[in-house]
Design a protein around this ligand. Sequence first.
Ligand SMILES: Nc1nc2c(ncn2[C@@H]2O[C@H](COP(=O)(O)OP(=O)(O)OP(=O)(O)O)[C@@H](O)[C@H]2O)c(=O)[nH]1
Ligand SMILES: [Mg+2]
Length: 227
Amino acid sequence: MTDNGVTNISIVTNILKANDCIAAENRKTLEDSGAFAINILGSPGAGKTAFLEACIPYLLKNGLKVGVIFGDITTTNDAKRISVYKVPVVQIMTEAFGGSCHLDAPMIRKAFEKINLDGLDVLFIENVGNLVCPAVFDIGEHGRILVLSVTEGEDKPLKYPVIFQRTDLVIINKVDLLPHLDVDLDLIHKNIKSVNSKCQVLEFSKKENKNLDSVLNWLKKIHNRKI
Ligand SMILES: Nc1nc2c(ncn2[C@@H]2O[C@H](COP(=O)(O)OP(=O)(O)OP(=O)(O)O)[C@@H](O)[C@H]2O)c(=O)[nH]1
Ligand SMILES: [Mg+2]
């Protein structure tokens, strides 16, 4: 039993190490082309694609060139939603990689064959909806945004601390629904800060396009810091 446990742990460590090497190559490729990459994380249905639907037209209007890689187990639904903005879009379906519940660095490396990074300012990578596995896989990004919907409840930062700890910006989404919910927004803020006192937190609603200027300022700050 113990032997099995030790073997399993070293396999996981090796998988993460191999992933990290390719993630470093991805980061170098991105930096050589002048693009910086943002990993978008969150539960299924939290509003990751909706956040991009709100941000992308605003960023384009502000002169930024944007591309998107999507990760889903099946379907090209998200890629179709974003292709209307005429930005380069690639959909990874992890079904082809055994139905993985997260993106990893080799998948992103493969997606680079299908997207022209030259001239892009920002490459968004929407991860598979999941608060667990995507947290530990570096895909070569320069920053992370976690989209948390108010419908998920106040305790998610406490139940899934790793993904909150490894995030630079938390978007508290769907705040337009607050009048209809028994949820304490102040407690969501407090719980996020209790696991990650450094990350920035913005309230957001696709309906009101709230705080888009703050998202743009955050992207500029990350861009200056990481590249
Ligand atoms: N009221 C309201 N609904 C929203 C908001 N953002 C997203 N939604 C709705 O929430 C549902 C899920 O949004 P998506 O953008 O598909 O969520 P996602 O996180 O990309 O989902 P997956 O990619 O499947 O993990 C959709 O029906 C959206 O219209 C918001 O700010 N307010
Ligand atoms: Mg989506």
